[in-house]
Design a protein around this ligand. Structure first.
Ligand SMILES: *Cc1c(COP(=O)(O)O)cnc(C)c1O
Length: 393
């Protein structure tokens, strides 16, 4: 079956998982350059360019640091630099990624109060407010939320969460995982009063995996003075100290940084506002297709649908992974799987990063043909609905 459309050699693979995303040719070519001396003047110029560019992308005047790591490393860095063993923190169960971050925090020796949810809804700011009001002795040191929950396709409202914290006058730090929202969905570290932003390279930034990011507010930096969790590789102070002159305390991912500089250039050529608007349109067209197929979108809240991915609930008796296998073998396209408790029940369409209307049309066509081939009950016409949506404005 795999040979049917000569898919091994003809055309290209469609990587429509919500990260890693398609890496555009410009970035691949930037990465391909010969590695340079990471203690030399050319590197210092590259790093300085990246540090100022990242501030514009994260929308902050605070430092943004880059680890040679996955996003998980950047999660760990956020916690170990600001907290002490036994500290209480508040986290919200938006889905699989929030759950993984909680497990990581618990392994570090933090005491996590996990606000439960149904994996179909955004963070509830009122629940955070209630927990903080209850905490009369200010034992909660941080509130950690995932901006865009990649397992469910639900985006939470960070300004409203910040406002809920403000209302209680609670001093807890606010940490936000923007791994699948950064450079796809509007996000503002400073304006939204975030203390630590966690990001990484392989989603909206259009890079291969391998870079983790932290943006650090002055309040988060002050917290490092008393934070007692052990840290070495992830230590912000050593990193920031070296970054001042454009260097790193250990060997950075030089070639990925070439790619990052190119990614920032591309985002700024398009304009961040236009990047967000493009993601919004492609997401809207995707949802138009899902509705026309008469399938259910996992996100329950119309207002909080993710613009970077859509999680689609499979009809009863259809297995999402079997469907994904058919799409991969027959059409050479990878779709996201259901994670954790959603395994087999949903598939996820990644529509973030380097993507345009025709790529989305191809993606949705592969899905609709896949439904037919795999015998998944649906109403035909989703692609038509998406095309109509894309040409409606
Ligand atoms: C992908 C992702 C992560 C994990 O990043 P890794 O690079 O796999 O460690 C964490 N949080 C969110 C929201 C993600 O989408």
């Amino acid at each position: 079956m795999a040979q049917r459309n000569n898919i091994e050699t003809s055309g290209r693979h469609f990587l429509q998982i919500p990260g890693p995303t398609n890496v555009p040719g410009r970035i691949l070519r930037a990465i391909e350059r010969p590695t340079i001396d990471h203690r030399g003047p050319e590197f210092a110029r590259l790093a300085s360019e990246i540090f100022s560019g990242l501030k514009r992308v994260v929308q902050t005047t605070s430092p943004v640091i880059v680890f040679p790591s996955s996003g998980t490393g950047a999660w760990e860095a956020a916690l170990v630099n600001t907290l002490s063993p036994g500290d209480r923190i508040l986290m919200c169960e938006t889905g699989h990624f929030a759950t993984l971050w909680r497990e990581l925090a618990a392994r570090l020796g933090l005491v996590v109060d996990f606000i439960p949810s149904d994996w179909r809804s955004p963070v509830d700011p009122a629940a955070i407010e209630a927990k903080l009001i209850e905490d009369k002795t200010k034992q909660i040191k941080a509130v950690c939320v995932v901006h865009n929950e990649t397992s469910t396709g639900v985006t939470s409202d960070i300004p409203t969460i910040r406002a809920a914290i403000e209302k209680t006058r609670h001093p807890a730090l606010l940490m936000v995982d923007t791994i699948s929202s950064l450079a796809s969905i509007d996000y503002r570290h400073d304006a939204w009063g975030v203390d630590v932003t966690v990001g990484c390279s392989q989603k909206g930034l259009m890079l291969p995996p391998g870079l983790g990011l932290n943006a650090i507010s002055a309040k988060a930096m002050a917290a490092t003075k008393t934070a007692k969790l052990p840290r070495s590789y992830w230590a912000w102070d050593a990193m920031l100290d070296m970054n001042k002159t454009g260097f790193f305390p250990y060997t950075p991912s030089t070639n990925l940084l070439f790619g990052l500089a190119e990614a920032i250039t591309m985002l700024e050529e398009e304009g961040l506002e236009n990047v967000f608007a493009r993601h919004k349109r492609l997401a809207r067209a995707t949802r138009a297709a899902v509705k026309a197929w008469k399938l259910e979108i996992l996100c329950r809240d119309e207002e909080r649908h993710s613009n970077s991915l859509t999680a689609v609930v499979m009809p009863e008796k259809s297995d999402a992974d079997e469907f994904r296998k058919v799409v991969l073998e027959r059409f050479n396209m990878s779709l996201g799987n259901g994670l954790g408790r959603l395994k087999g029940k949903v598939f996820r369409i990644g529509h973030l990063g380097s993507l345009n209307e025709l790529m989305l049309a191809g993606t949705l066509s592969g899905i609709e043909m896949g439904f037919k081939v795999a015998g998944v009950p649906h109403r035909p016409g989703g692609v038509q609905a998406a095309l109509a949506d894309l040409t409606s404005d």
